[in-house]
Write a protein that binds this ligand. Structure first.
Ligand code: PLP
Length: 403
């Protein structure tokens, strides 16, 4: 039973005001449909910001959670557990990785990655080799280290002093990296597809060039696949599509399909730098989270599911392009797989939030990525009929805004 004595207005009375959530409160989700307290139904093109990769209440995930819930919930890392080892084995089997560190979120997985890169360089080359090169407009999380590595100064404002030794180059501009990289560089950190920064895919030549530069300078290449990973681009991880293998990869969001979990993947050799006691997390590798993530990876890694992502991507792109052209809404629809961004045209500049709000009022949930990009990150198995219905509702919203 829904507790309707809880209202959206109460949020402002009891919550820290760092979020401005929508005016309705969702209470139920099934597949790619969501219902709010009033019984209004929505098509979900947002996927909880690229998280609910198998939609809401997927029977396999519900089953995995219930099954593990009757066994054991939590141990901490004083002991290991079966689901964690099984999931790590699976991730190693399906990727370049040989070792896994589990965390609870993308930010924490990145925090582990940056600490590992620093410590690896410190052990092998000494303390001068500590500089991290990241990219303007990138996003890596909200801890102090990750907002500092992230390339959006607004997220750091008022929180300084920031950790030092971090430099920012321009995404998709290899020359700008060449200007900064040196024997002091311990790592280059990049999202293969910038998500929050506007759904901007990396150029294959740029990512290949980063690999070469890292090799030349004994620096580690870190791919933040928190948003682009777990099938989102139509490949289990985007690096597999680019053919550029990082030294460290971070994954979270869709990994748990809605249950909090993050992971850092790396090689056996690099992993040695996080020896006993150097890093940790109480909840990291929690059995409930790992059991659910296991099921997510088992489903998403199936070739037909990944192929389905690429097929659905085309349906979305065609639909968005059609609406974009009809209302002069988008200059471009970009992205990979089911991480798509409609870049607002000159006439619509700065109105992404308005479009999001109108879309929700017409019964379709979308996301933004900055003021000029409408972003979609739906379930990877969203039914074609839901795509059609959602796009129709989206068009209605745009038409209403045109007036
Ligand atoms: C590329 C990327 N890295 C890291 C994060 C941070 O993840 P979390 O919010 O789970 O800490 C995000 C979240 O949007 C992300 O898109």
């Amino acid at each position: 039973m829904t507790n309707n004595t809880i209202t959206r207005e109460m949020f402002d009375d009891v919550m820290v005001p760092n979020y401005a959530p929508a005016s309705m409160i969702p209470v139920k989700g099934r597949g790619s449909r969501v219902w709010d307290q009033e019984g209004n139904e929505y098509v979900d093109f947002a996927g909880g910001i690229a998280v609910t990769a198998l939609g809401h209440a997927h029977p396999g995930l519900v089953g995995a959670l219930k099954d593990q819930a009757t066994k054991i919930w939590h141990l901490s890392n004083v002991m290991t557990n079966e689901p964690a080892i099984h999931l790590a084995q699976t991730l190693c089997h399906l990727t370049f990785a040989e070792r896994v560190f589990f965390a609870n979120s993308g930010g924490e997985a990145n925090e582990a990655a940056f600490k590992l890169a620093r410590r690896h360089a410190w052990q092998h080359h000494g303390e001068d080799k500590h500089e991290i090169i990241a990219f303007r407009n990138s996003f890596h999380g909200r801890t102090l280290f990750t907002v500092s590595v992230g390339g959006q100064p607004k997220y750091l404002e008022g929180f300084e002093p920031a950790p030092g030794g971090i430099r920012h180059a321009e995404f998709n501009n290899l020359d700008s990296v060449k200007e900064l990289i040196s024997s002091k560089t311990c790592a280059v950190v990049v999202e293969p597809v910038q998500g929050e920064g506007g759904v901007l895919p990396g150029d294959p030549e740029f990512l290949k060039g980063l690999r070469e530069l890292c090799d030349e300078h004994d620096a580690l290449l870190v791919f933040d696949e928190v948003q682009s990973g777990v099938g989102r681009t139509g490949h289990l991880y985007a690096y597999q599509h680019y053919g550029v293998t990082p030294d460290i990869l971070t994954t979270a969001k869709a990994l748990g399909g809605g249950f909090p979990i993050g992971a850092m993947l790396t090689t056996a050799g690099i992993a040695q730098s996080l020896s006993v006691g150097t890093h940790g997390s109480t909840y990291g590798g929690n059995p409930l989270a790992c059991a659910v993530a296991q099921r997510v990876i088992d489903v998403v890694s199936q070739p037909e599911v990944l192929k389905g992502v690429r097929e659905r991507s085309k349906t979305f792109r065609d639909g968005l392009k059609w609406i974009g052209d009809k209302y002069d809404l988008f200059d471009e629809v970009r992205g990979e797989g089911l991480l798509l961004g409609g870049v607002l045209s000159e006439t619509w500049k700065g109105r992404a939030k308005e479009v999001l709000k109108a879309a929700a009022e017409e019964g379709v949930m979308v996301l933004v990525a900055g003021p000029n990009v409408v972003r979609l990150a739906p379930s990877l198995i969203i039914p074609e009929s839901d795509i059609e219905e959602g796009l129709e509702r989206f068009e209605k919203a745009v038409k209403r805004l045109v007036g």
